[in-house]
Every structure is written in C-alpha cells, then in structure tokens.
Design a protein around this ligand. Structure first.
Ligand SMILES: [Ca+2]
Ligand SMILES: [Ca+2]
Length: 369
C-alpha cells in the first residue's frame, strides 16, 4: 500500500463511524456487471412506469431521470451517480469491500419485501389460485359467529361485532374502487417475483444518498400515519378477538376459523410494520447519513474538496464529457479533467510535462520533414 493511502486509512479509522469510508479511484468499464444490471433494470422499470406516469424521462443520458428529494433532483442525472457507484462496486480494491457488503444487505432487504407483500396481498384478497376467502369475507364471518353466540347482548360484544362488520365493509369498498385489472397485474407481478427482477437497481437507488432515500420515504410518508392508525386498530381487534376465543366455546370448526383469522391478522400487522421500518433499515452507501456520503451531488467521493456536483458541471455540462469521463474525474482516477478548479500542483506539473512532450513530438515531426 502506498504511503498516502496508509495515511488516509489511518485518518479514516481515527475519525470514527461518522467519517465516510475511503473509496478507491475507479474507471467505468463496459464489462462492469453492476452497472450493466442497474442500467438494464432501470430502463425496464421506467418502461413499465411510463404506462402509468406521463412524460417520464429516460434513465440513460444527460437528460435522464433525477429522482432525489421527491423528484426535485440533485443536479446529477441518476445514471451518472449510479455509474460511479457501480464502478466502485466493480473495483477489485479491498476499499470497496464495505460498499459491496452494504449493497448485498440492501438487495437482500429489498428481495424480502417481495415476500412480505405477497403475504399481505394473499391475506387481504385470499390466497391466489384457490377458493380461499378474502379478509373482508372472513371478518364478516367472524362477526356472524360472535353474533350467533349471543355476544351482541353485551355492549362490548356488540361494539366488536359492529367494528368487524365495519372493517369488512371498508375493505370491500376499498377494493371495489381499484380497477380489477390493476389488482390482477400487481398480484401476478408479485407472485412471479417481479420485484426481484429490479433487485440491483432498487438496491443501488435506495442507498445512493440521503436525498434519494427521501424520495423513497416521501412515497411512504403520505400514507404512513394512516397505516399506523390502522395497524393500531387491527392490533386492538386481534387482542379482543383472541380474548373471546380463549374465553368462550364457539364450537371446534368456528374456533379454527377464528384462530386462523387472528393469526393471519397478526402476520399482516408484523409484515406492515416491517415494510414501514424498511427505509430506516437500509444503508446509505459509503458512510453515515451525513454530508460525507460519497455519491450525491453534494458529496465528495474522493475527498479532494470538489463536490461530485461541481465535477459533473465541469466535465459533462461544460465539456460534454461521457459517464466514463465523469466517473474517472469524480473518483479521482483522472485529476486532469477540464475545468478542475481544485487541480493539485502535481496535476499542473503533469500538464506541463504533457504540454512539453507534445511540443517535443511536434518538433520531432517537423524535423522528420
Ligand atoms: Ca440525481
Ligand atoms: Ca471530489
């Protein structure tokens, strides 16, 4: 290891967990499987979404989607940031080990999401491809069992029966408002593990930066308070119903049906809580959730004092550089990029050498004549 890297590593270790991890200088090669997978999946996902959302930009290109801060963007099209991340993941350097571990963990969490959603949808709609009842039908049936057992005679019993019937009606109304075709498509997509097809793109995008994670959490935030209220009410219902099952004799068949409903409701509540907690469980790549994170426009991947956003402006906006040019310049693999305001003295010396060797070359050519 070179002396300079040793010193940087020591600083990083001394600085503690708030400091971003040291990442290697990288170049973008066409054989980088992370970038290929992310590019392909992002293209396919945006293609799917373009059927639902009008005027969605492409993923690739200088006018590609910029999704941070609930789609306000951070000034760098996401495909450039993702290329920088992907190139760092593809790097053979041990400095990328931590990054690859974070990516694997985020991908595993995302893939589990598909399983949780399948479970939730199966409970709400009834198991796919069977004659299993929907949650609404089972809630109404539970209310009937309690009613037939005479529980409606007490105020508490009457309230529980009315609540179960009310929730059943609400669920049915909710589903009646959704186009059956959309339900069918979503259901098929989940049961075929379609979410898993976007595993690399999702794992990359959710941990790209705090600003990008804000886009994901904002999607949930609109519903979070309502969902938490429903979960609290469902938990109270589960507790009340379990108390009745444990106290009264409803007959074996009814008790099996009631217990299975209560158990499924418990699973549903746990799954929904898991989904609500998911954004906070995902890692931001390269360090703490702070300004030191390396892949956002405000971030500084190579720690040279020039933000990635400033590099993008210099290389791409002002000098028509490619993604590969941006990756090399932002990561520190190329410090001689056009417009580098913070070019180190060594870089200037290098430029001087370059200039003199070109001059020398020119002289030699002239002499040949
Ligand atoms: Ca962006
Ligand atoms: Ca920099």
């Amino acid at each position: 290891m070179r002396k300079a890297s040793c010193a940087l590593l020591t600083i990083a270790l001394l600085a503690g967990p708030g400091m971003a991890m040291a990442l290697p200088p990288v170049t973008l090669s066409s054989g980088c499987s992370y970038v290929t997978a992310i590019d392909t999946q992002a293209d396919q996902l945006l293609g799917l979404l373009s059927g639902l959302i009008d005027d969605l930009p492409d993923y690739i290109g200088v006018d590609g989607v910029d999704l941070e801060q609930a789609m306000m963007g951070d000034g760098i099209p996401d495909n450039y940031e993702m290329a920088l991340l992907g190139a760092a993941l593809c790097s053979g350097s041990a400095d990328s080990d931590g990054l690859r571990a974070q990516f694997a963990a985020n991908k595993a969490a995302y893939l589990e999401l598909n399983d949780k959603l399948v479970e939730v949808v199966d409970i709400l709609l009834g198991p796919s491809g069977t004659t299993g009842q929907s949650a609404a039908d089972r809630l109404a049936a539970a209310a009937d069992i309690f009613e037939a057992a005479g529980l409606g005679a007490t105020p508490e019993g009457a309230e529980l029966i009315a609540t179960l019937d009310g929730v059943a009606t609400q669920l049915n109304d909710l589903l009646a408002d959704v186009d059956p075709m959309i339900i069918l498509v979503v259901r098929n997509a989940l049961s075929q593990g379609t979410l898993a097809l976007f595993g690399d793109f999702a794992a990359a995008v959710v941990g790209l930066s705090t600003e990008m994670q804000a886009t994901v959490t904002d999607l949930l935030a609109d519903y979070q308070a309502d969902i938490e209220t429903y979960v609290g009410q469902a938990q109270a219902l589960v507790t009340a119903a379990q108390g009745l099952i444990d106290t009264y004799d409803f007959g074996t068949e009814n008790e099996v049906a009631l217990q299975s409903l209560v158990d499924d409701a418990g699973t549903l509540i746990a799954d929904v809580n898991w989904v609500l907690d998911l954004p906070s469980a995902l890692s931001i790549y390269g360090g703490a959730k702070s300004a030191t994170e390396p892949f956002s426009a405000a971030g500084d991947y190579d720690g040279d004092g020039t933000t990635n956003g400033a590099v993008f402006t210099a290389v791409v906006t002002e000098n028509e550089g490619t993604r590969a040019d941006f990756v090399a310049a932002a990561s520190g693999a190329n410090t001689l990029y056009p417009g580098n305001a913070g070019m180190p003295v060594a870089g200037l010396v290098g430029l001087a050498f370059l200039a003199s060797s070109i001059a020398l070359g020119g002289t030699l050519v002239i002499r040949k004549k």
